[in-house]
Write a protein that binds this ligand. Structure first.
Ligand code: 6GU
Length: 229
């Protein structure tokens, strides 16, 4: 799966040169391709932003460089799903992540800087996505969040596919409490049931703990909801 990003800061994506994603790239399971928006800027200064019509503070990203960058990438890789990263977009959740993971050959994301995009940029994309209700100075970190969340759903990227299956089964609840050694840490003991060896009892305990934790911490996660697998 291909992840293309149109950005003024392509170097930020070297952050993905480590760990799980680096291995996935070496194996050819994913490709991460930042494209420098500055190359498509206007005039001698390669301008990508301008003052807003009607006045006001801040700068607005001009539509032509973004349009030219999208055209160039789409010509090289037809069929990419075009995504504008913006706090005004639909909130990213695991159901959306699954939809994005099903896009072939991949995603073309626009990571903006400055105060916003010229409204006409919205006409150039297939969807708009936000990663949460807070403001970032640019879409780059949001793009990396999308890449990480989507890539781990691609077959072969995760070391242990069983954890994926468990996640999708338990997608409507938070995870149950987990413990490893030692049996006692600073006076806190591992729940006796986990040491019992009774796998039926352990399974029921975990389901019950996950339900209780979800009800207390995230009552908005509706009981019974399941993400498509
Ligand atoms: Cl996608 N972009 C920016 N700039 N800020 C955000 C965001 C995106 N999602 C949440 N905050």
């Amino acid at each position: 799966m291909q992840f293309h990003i149109v950005t003024l800061f392509p170097a930020m994506f070297t952050a993905l040169d480590t760990g799980l994603l680096a291995r996935a790239r070496r194996q050819g399971l994913i490709g991460v391709y930042p494209h420098d928006l500055r190359q498509y800027g206007l005039g001698n200064y390669h301008q990508v932003d301008d003052t807003p019509y009607g006045g006001g503070s801040g700068m607005v990203m001009r539509p032509e460089p973004i349009g030219a960058a999208l055209d160039a990438v789409i010509t090289m890789s037809p069929g990419l799903t075009r995504i504008l990263l913006t706090p005004q977009g639909e909130l990213l959740d695991q159901a959306t992540v699954r939809e994005l993971a099903a896009q072939s050959p991949g995603l073309l994301m626009i990571a903006g800087r400055y105060e916003g995009f010229d409204e006409r940029v919205r006409e150039l994309v297939d969807r708009e996505i936000s990663i949460g209700d807070y403001v970032l100075s640019g879409g780059e970190l949001a793009a990396m969040v999308v890449i990480e969340a989507v890539a781990r759903l691609i077959p072969g990227v995760l070391g242990n596919p069983a954890s994926l299956a468990e996640e999708s089964f338990a997608a409507d609840t938070l995870e149950y409490p987990q413990y490893t050694r030692p049996e006692e840490f600073r006076g806190m003991r591992v729940p006796e049931i986990l040491l019992s060896g009774d796998h039926g009892k352990i399974k029921r305990w975990r389901e019950s703990e996950a339900r209780k934790r979800t009800a207390r911490r995230r009552p908005d996660l509706a009981v019974g909801r399941r993400f498509p697998t």
